[in-house]
Design a binder for this molecule. Structure first.
Ligand code: SF4
Length: 475
């Protein structure tokens, strides 16, 4: 797998993922790590909700004035000696990066973690043009060696077990003199560090993402826990920061609000181990730093979301909390989504970027339990946005005809409460009778997709409405 699979294959991918024991074991680690860590970090900060409200208001303000803040950013970036490249689409962004690399005579580039670079398909593009990209974030390095793509926003190799990584390293590093299979995490990390050290020194260009762009200073901000981002941007002669347009914030103080939310929501840290602000290239007297600093500003469909019903997804700061808490993501992992952005935020963003028809399954990959919305530090109403996509799919008639017929039938009945109640009573009695011997139903007309993966327990005799009425009478 060298590119993102097709989101249209979600159902097939999900079935395969559910049967994959190693994947299930790897994903199980998330429950033990991210979820309690976030809960502890949030509980330890009494003003977390207030910070979250400020973060939401701040991003809403930026999105309402995006053109202004991007222009301020460009002005201040140029004043610091940097250059901003405005790119409407992926092809334009790739071409701009290639031109910079060629002008620098680059043969190898080191890369920090960047989801926007994933969106651009940058690695494959650079390779096709004779430039070797080397991922330096450990998780990204692992998926690059495995010829895979990231499966999580902040933990790209979360789908891999330690044993799989040991085997992978042995396979790729043996020829480089690392012939012993390492099994302890520290030894595995140490081996990657030794290999990457020389790559940092050899690279001509360093490409990073940007968690935020600060308009008042023209700075790009990145956070990492490994320090690889700093080495990627300070050692090569040229630093290229790739960022989507909604990453801009007005001031340094605004960036600090979002940084406090990001670290706690992502890993449960108060602050990430490394938070680096890059402002222009090296100045006279600076001991290190690149000779040139470029910012690739990528729109790629985002401005079309401004002012519409999906604008709120542009508040996302890519913390990953929604996927860490999502029962669907935790069961099938990120690759099942077949898209760059996965989990609940990906289910909203993918149809916007890839088109409704391609992303159709993703807004349906939700139990609507609401946990994603409850943990989102930017208060993005993810279930509501997924519902909007479902409505769009229904209106555009891209869902299968039988599904649309069922929804229409249900809507027709739901508008007639008396008829609906009678129908529900008949259905409940019929199902109870059909399943009376086994206590469950393995097949149902029009619900083969549901019963294909599990049995339906037989209803206990009365409808919800009947029980509700009885409860109220008793009360
Ligand atoms: S949608 Fe919210 S919880 Fe999910 S990654 Fe974005 S900011 Fe984090």
């Amino acid at each position: 797998m060298s590119g993102h699979a097709d989101p249209r294959a979600f159902k097939t991918n999900a079935r395969r993922a559910l049967a994959d024991r190693e994947l299930n074991a790897a994903l199980g680690r998330m429950t033990a790590g991210f979820v309690p860590n976030r809960a502890r970090a949030v509980a330890a900060l009494p003003e977390f909700d207030d910070l979250s409200r400020r973060g939401r208001e701040l991003k809403d303000h930026v999105l309402a004035n995006l053109d202004h803040y991007l222009e301020v950013f460009e002005r201040n970036c140029a004043a610091a000696g940097g250059q901003v490249h405005w790119c409407a689409g992926a092809a334009e962004a790739r071409a701009a990066i290639l031109e910079i690399c060629r002008a620098a005579g680059a043969r190898t580039v080191t890369k920090g973690k960047s989801m926007v670079a994933e969106e651009l398909g940058l690695n494959g593009f650079l390779e096709a043009n004779g430039i070797q990209p080397i991922e330096t974030d450990l998780g990204e390095y692992i998926v690059q060696l495995a010829d895979e793509v990231p499966s999580h926003l902040i933990a790209p190799a979360i789908h891999k077990t330690k044993e799989q990584i040991s085997d992978l390293f042995l396979r790729h590093h043996a020829a480089l003199g690392f012939e012993q299979r390492q099994t302890e995490p520290q030894a595995i990390i140490g081996e990657a560090r030794q290999i990457l050290r020389q790559k940092f020194l050899d690279a001509d260009v360093g490409i990073t993402g940007a968690n935020f762009l600060v308009a008042e200073t023209g700075s790009a901000v990145i956070v990492t826990n490994e320090g690889n981002g700093d080495l990627t941007q300070t050692l090569p002669r040229v630093h290229v920061a790739v960022a989507s347009i909604e990453k801009v914030v007005p001031t340094l103080e605004d960036a600090s609000v979002l940084l406090r939310l990001l670290a706690r929501s992502a890993t449960g840290q108060e602050f990430s181990a490394y938070t680096t602000f890059s402002t222009g290239p090296r100045r006279e007297g600076d001991p290190d730093g690149p000779e040139a600093f470029h910012v690739i500003l990528v729109d790629n469909g985002r401005s079309a979301l401004l002012g519409g019903e999906f604008q709120e997804i542009l508040r996302c700061i890519r913390c990953g909390a929604c996927m860490n808490h999502c029962p669907v993501y935790r069961s099938v992992g990120g690759h099942a989504y077949g898209a760059v952005y996965v989990g609940p935020m990906g289910a909203v963003l993918t149809p916007a970027l890839a088109g409704l028809e391609a992303g159709l399954h993703l807004p349906n990959a939700s139990s609507f339990c609401g946990r994603c919305e409850s943990v989102c530090p930017m208060q993005i109403p993810l279930p509501k946005l997924m519902r909007h996509w479902r409505e769009r799919a229904f209106e555009a008639a891209v869902a299968p005809a039988v599904e649309r017929f069922a929804v229409r039938l249900w809507a027709w009945a739901a508008r007639r409460p008396r008829l609906y109640g009678q129908g529900a009573r008949i259905a409940v009695r019929t199902l109870a009778w059909l399943g009376r011997k086994r206590g469950r139903l393995s097949q149902l007309p029009l619900a083969g997709g549901w019963t294909g993966g599990r049995d339906l327990p037989v209803p206990e005799g009365r409808t919800f409405q009947a029980r509700w009425r009885a409860e109220r009478r008793r009360a």
